[in-house]
Design a protein around this ligand. Structure first.
Ligand code: NAD
Length: 417
């Protein structure tokens, strides 16, 4: 994985798009930097009675279009710069899909596999206590990200509600159904990734049902992408996780590969696939659709040189470095950018927040239909911007559309005092 500062990549992406917009220099500076960042050190008692300190962050990037919105990541590589970048991507993601929310992100520097469930609960509740003054359904609404899920969201909601002496399920999204979660949330990120990919093939005059697919990362985003793209008739030929990848020229059963990962911890060793491959080999396979669904900076310029896919749908946030982007643009690869492709997660989080506030819940079909409408409509908006302004690629088109939306709201708010 390339050693690129993700915040610098993010700022470069905003600059690239701003070149096509009439933006005041000072305002551009505002659009490239977070409004505020919480940095906190959580002192937590371990099972053996010792105390361990965990550094944690929450970046509130932009709230001009609504409450800050974005996930909480648990990973040893979490850093202030990474959280800032991820919060910026969230601000432009909520704007790309035009939902009334801003952008934020949080993270704890921790490898959760090293800790017991009760230790993780205490770490999570300690973070929730620090977050409580900053979050709320009208302030900042966190959600899951890498290595966090319904369990952590339920803990955060309970800690917040206990301290605030209230019932406020909309303070966080990605909760379990019984705690106020939404139907369709677990599958939402993979679902938007495949809807966006399907639209991209259609734009090229092709049918996704004929596509071969490689997916890097087999967690929530990657595995659901595999399942849904198979349901559309496409052939999944390769998948991977942090331990390595598997490949079969004629495809394999993606659901069975997931079962194998659930049982053993990795897709590696799955008997339904012909061979084992590295993550680098997976990214450079001769496939029609490539889905990076692991972490940022997976595809740098060197790897991009070897990419053979026609379409990339970015399930992960920031999986391609700016240098990698340049190479892929020259190779005419159609990239559906993360801020649209993986926006299903935040879109259904928005639906969850709406349902929590109304105390009125929708069925899964309604959630999926509304998600599909938004992704298809905004894909078309990006294509219109791309063609109308003769933009170099779809990522710049997405940022042009999103920055304009944030800028309009920021200008209407004005500066204060
Ligand atoms: P996850 O923790 O469920 O899965 C991550 C997967 O990536 C795991 O299979 C892991 O083994 C694999 N991985 C980690 N490092 C790798 C490496 N170096 N090479 C190959 N595989 C590697 O996380 P997730 O929720 O699926 O998130 C994946 C990406 O999708 C992240 O970039 C995240 O920000 C993005 N995303 C997730 C959601 C969501 O709702 N889950 C929403 C939007 C964006």
């Amino acid at each position: 994985m390339a050693d690129v500062n993700p915040f610098e990549s993010f700022q470069e992406q905003v600059d690239d798009a701003a070149a096509y917009l009439d933006v005041d220099k000072g305002m551009l500076d505002r659009l490239k930097n977070p409004e505020r960042i919480l940095e906190t050190n959580l002192a937590v008692e371990m099972d053996d009675g010792s105390i361990e300190v965990f550094r944690a962050y929450r970046s509130q990037f932009n709230g001009d279009r609504g409450p800050y919105k974005g996930g909480i990541r648990y990973h040893p590589n979490v850093s202030r710069e990474e959280v800032k970048a991820l919060s910026g991507w969230m601000a432009y993601k909520t704007a790309t899909v035009d939902i009334p929310l801003g952008g934020g992100k949080g993270g704890i520097i921790i490898d959760p596999s090293d800790y017991s469930e009760s230790e993780l609960e205490r770490v999570t509740r300690a973070f929730a206590k620090e977050l409580t003054p900053l979050i709320g359904e009208d302030r900042d609404v966190p959600a899951p990200d890498v290595n966090t899920g319904q369990r952590e969201m339920n803990w955060i909601k309970d800690t917040y509600e206990t301290i605030e002496r209230t019932t406020e399920p909309g303070v966080i999204t990605g909760k379990d159904l019984a705690s106020g979660g939404s139907e369709g949330r677990v599958e939402a990120t993979g679902r938007s990734t495949v809807i966006a990919a399907r639209e991209a093939f259609e734009y090229l005059g092709e049918d996704i049902a004929d596509a071969t697919v490689a997916i890097q990362g087999y967690g929530n985003a990657g595995w659901i992408t595999a399942k849904l793209v198979e349901q559309m008739g496409a052939t999944v030929v390769a998948v991977s996780d942090s331990s390595g990848g598997i490949y079969s020229e004629d495809g394999f059963d993606a659901v069975a590969a997931k079962d194998h990962k659930r049982e053993t911890g990795s897709v590696v060793g799955f008997h339904g696939a012909d061979e084992e491959i590295t993550n680098e080999e997976l990214l450079q396979l001769d496939v029609d659709l490539l889905v990076p669904a692991a972490l940022e900076n997976a595809i740098d310029a060197e790897i991009a040189e070897g990419v053979q896919a026609d379409v990339i749908s970015e399930a992960a946030n920031g999986p391609i470095t700016p240098d990698g982007d340049d190479v892929l643009e020259q190779k005419d690869v159609l990239i559906v950018p993360d801020i649209l492709a993986n926006a299903g997660g935040v879109t259904v989080s928005y639906f969850e927040w709406v349902q929590n506030r109304q105390r009125f819940y929708w069925d899964e079909e309604t959630v999926n239909e509304r998600l599909e409408d938004i992704i298809v409509e905004q894909f078309d908006t990006l294509v219109d911007a791309y063609e109308e302004h003769d933009l170099p690629n779809m990522r710049i088109a997405a940022y042009v559309v999103a920055i304009e939306r944030v800028l309009t709201a920021a200008e209407q708010s004005g500066t204060w005092p």
